[in-house]
Design a protein around this ligand. Structure first.
Ligand code: GLN
Length: 610
């Protein structure tokens, strides 16, 4: 299979940088100085779970300091933000990772990305002793990686034997009161944390988990809550590359974290996790090849988080009204007329895409128009095509909707079952519905009631002369038709026509309601094409052809039907040509009306650019 564009870039970068010989292996942890300086792995994982890699991307190495942001996230989960901020600062040091620097005023470590802050942070995760905390950390890192990770005891032992500097920092912090537990216990847990084994692909998945709001794109587990992502990424941006952080943000522009084993991970929020691993380090303790690879990749694909993205798509997909778009329900000619004349009071606003704060402003202006129409009105806000709302945007749209409701507008939001992003049914402060057709039907009913003072109760009995196709007949002609009809009362749930059957005649609903259902292949159930009520007809195409229709007709309540068999219709055409042609004219008008509505619908769709 040919390589994807990102995959081939990883291979190109690998080829380009593999011969690059500068940098020193970390020597203060003997086990790390045994690394092969040629090792070089690259990997990326997208938030939709596609992983690509090049080079030694399957070789394991100890995670070292790249663990720090993840453990910081765990501490935030376990202790809450206030507690954690109380113990570890968030200011960059400008000093090397192992500097003996504490806040002069409080004795607190300056940030959780340097050793001092990381040692304290690992004491903050939940666990009754250092072993339990180390296990909680190993387990947490495994969830970020989406597989069970283990601790390399050789690395841990090697680091423990040579930890004098970290031990010194810890005693200093203990003395200053910022480390609250025994120094050896604290070191033990911290060293276990640094010795967890991962490979470059794992690291890209871990970064992708940060990129996708804390949800692991492979396992789909929500490892940490989305609210913790911006704090963690912020600290990675300012402190993740130690005293090289400023230059890194300038050149690469991605929140990142490095470690002395030669690993670097970078996060492109909402899109991608990137990992590079190669043991030789620069003077800041960052992988030489890793930094170079990330610089080149970011430059090539403009990954800098502050890269201007330009104008985005309009969040408004379509604004229409029930003059054009209607519920798939049966309406008498009088009701249709009311909707055609006054339907602009029922507005339908369809949104699309990712809604930013700016987009929300446009939405608010779009829906505000609804309240300026002559009566209070109705608004259906269809957000089924919205991929995501920025939380602030959602807040603003909600406020506008609440204001509309307070001004007397009936508002309903139509939302899908599986709304993306952080939206949930609870996100809406106004009424939320899943079925747009039913909301439209209810609002249309209310509009018709408001306009003509009578509710179009489906149960009501209509005269033959009020029925579709028959409305223009004279009373003499109606009497002739009536003589050919058979009348039947059906109870709720009767199948009048099964899907795929030919209707054996024309049926007029005198009362009740019938749902016309079409089987939909992708669904187990059939879907409602439309519901029809008193005065409506089905099987009418048998007047001109065999009337074959994929829809089935099922009563949804006790229903009275007037039925004209195809056989009798054929006879009527022979015996009463004038009457038959009057009825065919009625059919033509019915079809012309449907056609007109269809064209209006198409026009309203063409107005919006897709
Ligand atoms: N375990 C290492 C140490 O404490 C981690 C440092 C690093 O990766 N920068 O020195």
């Amino acid at each position: 299979m040919s390589r994807t564009p990102i995959e081939s870039r990883l291979h190109q970068l690998h080829e380009q940088l593999a011969g690059q010989g500068s940098g020193e292996l970390a020597s203060y942890i003997p086990q790390l100085s045994a690394a092969n300086p040629d090792w070089f792995g690259l990997a990326t994982t997208t938030v939709d779970g596609k992983a690509y890699c090049a080079g030694n991307s399957g070789l394991e190495f100890s995670i070292q300091s790249v663990s720090k942001p993840f453990v910081y996230a765990m501490a935030l989960v376990d202790r809450g933000e206030d507690y954690v901020l109380d113990h570890v600062g968030i200011e960059p040091t400008g000093d090397p990772f192992n500097a003996v620097t504490l806040s002069a005023a409080s004795g607190k470590p300056l940030n959780p990305m340097v050793n001092a802050g990381a040692i304290v942070t690992s004491t903050l995760v939940e666990g009754k002793d250092h072993r339990a905390r180390a296990e909680r950390i190993r387990d947490g890192l495994s969830r970020f990686a989406g597989r069970e990770l283990s601790i390399d005891e050789n690395v841990a032992r090697s680091e423990r034997d040579t930890s004098d500097r970290n031990r010194a920092i810890s005693y200093l912090m203990k003395g200053a009161g910022s480390l609250e537990i025994d120094v050896e216990d604290a070191l033990s847990c911290y060293i276990a944390q640094c010795s967890v084994l991962i490979n470059a692909v794992d690291l890209s998945v871990m970064a992708a988990t940060l990129a996708s709001g804390g949800r692991n794109p492979l396992s789909n587990e929500q490892v940490v809550p989305p609210e913790l992502i911006s704090p963690v990424l912020t600290i990675m941006s300012t402190c993740g590359m130690y005293d090289g952080a400023g230059e890194w943000m300038y050149r690469v522009g991605l929140p990142a974290k490095s470690g002395v084993s030669g690993a670097i991970m970078a996060v492109l929020p909402n899109q991608l996790g990137i990992a590079a691993w190669s043991p030789p380090l620069d003077r800041h303790g960052n992988s030489v090849r890793g930094v170079k690879a990330m610089e080149l990749l970011s430059d090539d694909l403009d990954l800098h988080v502050y890269f201007p993205t330009g104008a985005s798509q309009s969040p408004i997909r379509r604004v229409t009204s029930s003059q054009v778009v209607r519920a798939r329900t049966g309406r008498t000619p009088r009701e249709q007329e009311i909707l055609s004349t006054h339907g602009n009071q029922l507005r339908i606003v369809e949104l699309q895409g990712s809604i930013s704060l700016l987009g929300a402003q446009e939405v608010v202006e779009g829906i505000a128009d609804t309240s300026t129409s002559e009566s209070a009105g109705w608004l259906v806000l269809d957000v089924r095509q919205v991929a995501e709302f920025h939380p602030g945007a959602l807040k603003i749209v909600n406020e506008a909707l609440v204001a509309l409701v307070e001004s007397g507008v009936e508002v309903a939001v139509v939302e899908t079952q599986h709304a993306g992003g952080r939206r949930s049914p609870q996100s809406w402060r106004v009424r939320m519905d899943r079925d747009r057709d039913l909301v439209l039907q209810r609002f249309e009913d209310e509009l018709i009631l408001a306009e003509c003072g009578a509710m179009p109760t489906p149960g009501v009995l209509v005269e033959l002369g009020e029925c579709q196709i028959l409305a223009t007949l004279t009373s003499e002609q109606l009497a002739v038709v009536a003589g050919l009809l058979s009348f039947a009362d059906h109870s709720q749930g009767e199948v009048l026509v099964a899907s795929g059957d030919r209707p054996t005649g024309i049926s007029w609903l005198l009362s009740g309601e019938v749902d016309l259902l079409v089987p939909v292949e992708s669904l187990i159930d059939s879907t409602r094409l439309r519901g029809i009520g008193p005065g409506a007809v089905f099987g009418e195409l048998t007047m001109v052809n065999d009337g074959f229709d994929r829809a089935s007709a099922v009563t949804t309540q006790p229903t009275r039907i007037a039925f004209l068999s195809t056989h009798r219709w054929d006879q009527l055409e022979l015996d009463e040509p004038d009457l038959a042609s009057a009825m065919l004219r009625g059919l033509a008008e019915l079809l012309a009306g449907r056609q007109r509505r269809m064209l209006e619908l198409l026009e309203s769709m063409a107005e919006t650019q897709f």
